[in-house]
Write a protein that binds this ligand. Sequence first.
Ligand SMILES: C[S@@+](CC[C@H](N)C(=O)[O-])C[C@H]1O[C@@H](n2cnc3c(N)ncnc32)[C@H](O)[C@@H]1O
Length: 354
Amino acid sequence: MAGNKALGDAKSAKKDEFYTQLCDIEAELRHYTRFFRGKSVLCNCDDPYESNFFYYFASRFNDLGLKKLVATCYDGSPVAYTQLDLFDAPKPRRERRAYKIVITEVGDENGDGTVDIADVECLVRNRKNVLSLLDGNGDFRSPECVALLDEADVVVTNPPFSLFREYLSLLVQHKKKFLIIGPQNAIHYKEVFPLIRDNEMWLGYGFNNGNAFFSIPNGDSRDFADGVYDPATGLVKFRNCAWFTNLDTTKRHEEMILTRALAEGDYPKYDNFDAIDVANLDDIPKDYDGLMGVPDTFLTKYNPDQFEIIGIGSGYLAKQIGVGKNYRGRTDIAYTIDGKPRCPYSRIIIRRKR
Ligand SMILES: C[S@@+](CC[C@H](N)C(=O)[O-])C[C@H]1O[C@@H](n2cnc3c(N)ncnc32)[C@H](O)[C@@H]1O
């Protein structure tokens, strides 16, 4: 492979190397523990030696009442074998890096009177069938990984963002229950939004104040914008990540308390679509039965018993709900304020259910 191409490939592969912190996994997954009891969990973008998702499930295998835990590792990872290990058991030989760990029970393997991650290490070390090489490279799309997907009840991971559409499509195609991290703006993808609109997927609880911190590979030399990478913690901060799931949450059954009454003229009407613009969630009127455009943050509060999602206010998906051409000739909703036409930033079109 030519040097530049190899470097380019390695660089783009590195873009996907962000490791989820245990505290973020714990904070989100505590809301879903009932969905794991008696179930087979798959983490299919997770080197078990490096992934806190594997660590989370392996160290709570009995507490969560898991039936099975499977984690598969991707050989294409540019950092495989270069990072610190989360637990201390020998890995397969270096030249074959795609492997899987399958756990069906965790007992007091080391006889110390407690059952914890040290027992998982013993399992991996001593039981021949717990860690095994994959035939291929561990790509989640490969036939052997898809076969593992078919056997799983729930998939939980942070997949490569660069393949998010493909990853999610595979889960949906195989009718899987899932809880995954993805880019927040994926809600606008034409493959993703219909799932949200049709209540086949929703947002989870989310990161603390919307800030997601991930660790990056040791010695990573990527350039980050100012304020993204903190050398003191070794963490990068993203504000654009969300948890996506089709596991029910109590949050999505909480009613948004609406206090504002509609007053004529308070809310701009769109020029090219029959709906009002509501720029702040707190201003959603309690007495309006027509269509409203609201910011994307609505999805963090969305209760499908209270509201119906009709569509999205821009692009191809807007055309589907009849948004006409605006002053720029585009199918993006627009309104005119003080004689000047303009487009609001990203709107979801909703209607209150009576
Ligand atoms: C965002 S990182 C997250 C890693 C881990 N799941 C975590 O949360 O810490 C995505 C991982 O997917 C791996 N990956 C990239 N392409 C993949 C593919 N086609 N199949 C499986 N894994 C892949 C990357 O090597 C990377 O480790």
